[in-house]
Design a protein around this ligand. Structure first.
Ligand code: GLU
Length: 468
């Protein structure tokens, strides 16, 4: 089989949105699975709406998702000479022609067709005039008038479009710039693209593109038009359904792997498997499991999947990603065992990196801030002896281990004649300032001896300062 060559051709008129990222992902996965090539192309011919910021935002989001490309980025605006060359070929071979009809004339033709109950279109007035280039001239394709154009699609099956509805569409504007469909086909041809996976909102363009392939004597690529992503109310996904851009999800603390996992499931399935690693996806992805109906974006599902990916990641992997979130909380901490131990205690209880960073703050702050309610309930005069005993036994330990900590607390329980809960809860408040935290032993191990003892002593000072 020929090498699979796919592409992702975003129009840089905004951020990379959920639907675009899914399209990129499907193409990328299919390429990585088959050992093919993935081309990135920026469709920036709409110069009024395309911006450098959008281009950068798209690159940044793709990089964050770990979707890398083998060729490009190619920019359409830098390829006008190539488009011109192909337009000339089409004119020379009699597949296209110059037209000097004014827009008023074309409007009148459309009106006439409409009045006759037909689809509004150009009537082919200049088709056989053999006009030569000149000011105000556009180039139109000579579309077939009879028969039909069939789009063969691996997802949708065959869709037939009557040629009588295809008009002699413009391929070059009067200012010499190429029209969208022409640029896409010339690019796909010259870049060797043989597999086109895209949203089914583009299906309307495909008959026109097929016509251009045929006029150029070129072989058709394989088409896979993927159903749209909808909001939970089945309306087309938009801002009111939640964040649309990939970078917003990054900032909300979703992991790139969770995002990939969620995006792929918007339209593709593998039995009833829900959790996929990146490696898994590359192994299992295939075009024949792309669904025929639109999928619905569901934030809660994404969040649940994110929690699973947080649990599956190594503390080291999470550390790199968590540091910027900790910085936002005012915590500067370097990568290393202290951070990784803390992360390990938080993995089972964090749904996002934002949550994880918030819950990690207490580990790294110089001093614990006691929550008023927690302190009132658990740090009372009567707690002082147990805190003192705990600090004493802990100070006597050379190094903290799960066993010797358990041992130390057992001794405190015996001496104070108290149950575990009665000593653990004040200790928790002393160490974290709150009543919710990871398990007491794993937390103490992550906190380390110095900080633990320092915090217990601070809590003792606090208790001592309380009025009688
Ligand atoms: N530039 C188009 C878009 O951003 C994609 C065109 C295509 O895939 O053929 O929607």
């Amino acid at each position: 089989m020929d090498t699979i060559i796919t592409r992702f051709p975003p129009s840089p008129t905004g951020y990379l949105h959920i639907g675009g990222a899914r399209t990129a992902l499907f193409n990328w996965l299919y390429t990585r699975k088959t050992g093919g090539k993935f081309v990135l192309r920026i469709e920036d011919t709409d110069q009024a709406r395309s911006t450098k910021e959008s281009v950068d935002a798209i690159f940044e989001s793709l990089e964050w998702l770990g979707i890398d490309w083998d060729e490009g980025p190619f920019f359409q605006t830098r390829r006008y000479d190539i488009y011109k060359e192909y337009i000339q070929k089409l004119v020379d071979s009699g597949h296209a022609y110059y037209c000097n009809c004014t827009s008023e004339e074309v409007d009148a033709m459309r009106e006439e067709a409409r009045a006759a109950g037909k689809k509004p279109m150009y009537n082919g007035k200049c088709r056989d005039k053999n006009l030569t280039p000149g000011p105000g001239m556009v180039v139109r394709i000579k579309a077939p008038r009879t028969g039909s154009t069939v789009v063969e699609d691996v997802v949708k099956g065959n869709t037939s479009f009557p040629n009588s509805e295809l008009d002699d569409f413009i391929i070059q504007r009067s200012d010499g710039s190429p029209m969208y469909n022409l640029a896409v086909v010339v690019d796909d041809l010259t870049m060797g693209i043989n597999t086109i996976i895209r949203g089914d909102d583009h299906l309307v363009n495909t008959p026109k593109q097929i016509l251009l392939y045929k006029a150029l004597g070129a072989e058709l690529p394989l088409f896979a038009h993927v159903p749209m992503v909808l909001g939970s109310d089945k309306a087309r996904l938009s801002k009111r359904h939640g964040a649309m851009s990939v970078s917003e999800y990054r900032d909300m603390g979703y992991l790139p792997d969770a995002m990939l996992n969620y995006l792929v499931r918007l339209g593709w399935s593998f039995g009833d498997q829900e959790f996929f690693t990146r490696k898994d996806l590359i192994e299992k992805f295939s075009l024949d499991h792309i669904g025929k109906s639109p999928s619905m974006f569901d934030m809660d599902k994404l969040t649940a999947l994110n929690a699973k990916h947080i649990q599956a990641a190594t503390p080291k992997e999470l550390a790199v990603m968590l540091i910027p979130f900790l910085e936002k909380q005012g915590i500067a901490v370097a990568q290393g065992p202290a951070l990784e131990l803390a992360i390990e205690t938080l993995q089972p209880r964090s749904k996002t990196l934002v949550e994880m960073a918030q819950s990690a703050v207490f580990y790294f702050k110089e001093e614990v801030e006691l929550e008023e309610k927690a302190a009132k309930k658990f740090l009372k005069k009567a707690t002082l002896p147990t805190l003192e005993l705990t600090a004493g036994y802990m100070e006597a330990l050379d190094e903290f281990t799960q066993e010797n900590l358990e041992d130390a607390l057992k001794k405190v329980m015996e001496e104070a004649e108290l149950k575990f809960g009665k000593i653990a809860q004040p200790l928790r408040v002393a160490l974290t300032g709150t009543t919710v935290s990871p398990g007491i032993f794993e937390m103490i191990l992550a906190l380390g001896k110095n900080k633990t003892i320092h915090r217990i002593k601070k809590a003792m000072d606090y208790v001592e300062s309380l009025p009688e």
